[in-house]
Ligand binder design. Sequence first.
Ligand SMILES: C[S@@+](CC[C@H](N)C(=O)[O-])C[C@H]1O[C@@H](n2cnc3c(N)ncnc32)[C@H](O)[C@@H]1O
Length: 472
Amino acid sequence: MEDSENKQTTARRPKTGDKLTLKIDGLAFGGSGVARADDGIVAFVRGGVPGDIVEATVTRRKRGYIETRADSLVSASPDRVEPRCAHFGGPTGGLCGGCVWQNYPYNLQLEWKRRQVSDCLERIARVPNPPVEPIIGMECPWEYRNKMEYTFGDGAGGSLSLGMHRAGFFDRVVNVDRCHLQAPRLCELRNMTRAFASARGLTHHWARRHEGLMRNFVVRASSKGDVMACVVTHTGDFDKYSREYADAVAADFPEVKSLLWRINDSLSGIAVSGEERVLGGEAYIIDEVCGLKLKISAASFAQTNHSQSEKLYQLLIDNAETSGGETAYDIYSGMAPIAMLLAGRAGRVIGIESNPDAVADGRENIRLNGFSNVEMVEGEAEKVIAEQCAQAPPDIVSVDPPRVGMHPKVLKAVAEARPRQVLYISCNPSTLARDAVELIEAGYSLERVIPVDMFPHTAHIEAFARFDLRPR
Ligand SMILES: C[S@@+](CC[C@H](N)C(=O)[O-])C[C@H]1O[C@@H](n2cnc3c(N)ncnc32)[C@H](O)[C@@H]1O
């Protein structure tokens, strides 16, 4: 970077509140642009994309880097594109917390995501030239989310807002009218729900004071178009309105096959806890993934990008070297899609999952799809894995952990059981890289890594990694 492009208002190490002019030459894991301040310190720049020169304010100072927020563009990157969404927040974004990269071309987003996976494996796992293949992107990277969780908040003139958290705030809501990550019909249902609550003077729940009624609206659609919608409230008066709301939804949205009301008094922001009541239809919807029927209830995890999750699952299955008689494990199995896909190619499959709702859905899915060689074990993987492996040593292990990655006890038990393959689906390249260190040390080679873009315009990265046991 040219010094002249990096004009700084102070010669000392920048501190919180300082204004800097920064030239961005990369994108960091997490979505920020990367620049260097005059003294050489790395600056992460929220709202900047490679090629921009921005005026930015330092928001945080850490030992080896600073975090900044782009206030304005001094000179725009030639790569910039016009964000599609009215809620993005101008050239440097920062309004809606949903997307960070709508101002950056999709093909370049993909390139950076692939690079970030590769960087993590090189930097954290110390794998030279990691075998990261081209990322699998979407042909049309819009309206791909089959599930969104919206939050109620304060609207204009005393009305209610319903939308996404404002970037960087847990208690401020951007009133979303049209979200381009979700299908227009689902946006209409959200808008109708907001109008219904607003017209009846219902209050929103204040996260800080833990008062007020309306908390969240969660909407999910199956690939066939069936919809599950769930209004989440604090304890209060919604009972008076629930029948009327259910009738209004049934009249205008016949595709809603499951209408739920959840009463959630918890202090946490998690929408799916608390008592659930069915206001219309069933407590679940049925989706179809890779030819399997999947019964999905509100509290179970299900992938949010249908077409990309099919590609991801197919990758895993295509890389599983089975001849038919193997014992396979699906750890962090959710409601068992991977377990069932493996069941067509292995002798016996054991799914391990801690969420009781997902386990119940998984058992029902196994029955619905007619598998007799798949079983679900309910429990935290770290608590049950050693005993399971002792009883039924795995030949193949598939893992799909949450962002924190595999629990060390799970890694240890898997490494000791020495399955010939570990097939790893990761939603966090840094924990994938951390776990890769252990697997490589335990005798595995990292054969392939294929990122699959499940979350266009956001900084989230999903990847499949294949580890094969090296001969001793
Ligand atoms: C990323 S999801 C994957 C689900 C599934 N493989 C799928 O594709 O739908 C991770 C799953 O791990 C489960 N989970 C989280 N912590 C766990 C633990 N300690 N032990 C077992 N399962 C856990 C979650 O409930 C969730 O269903």
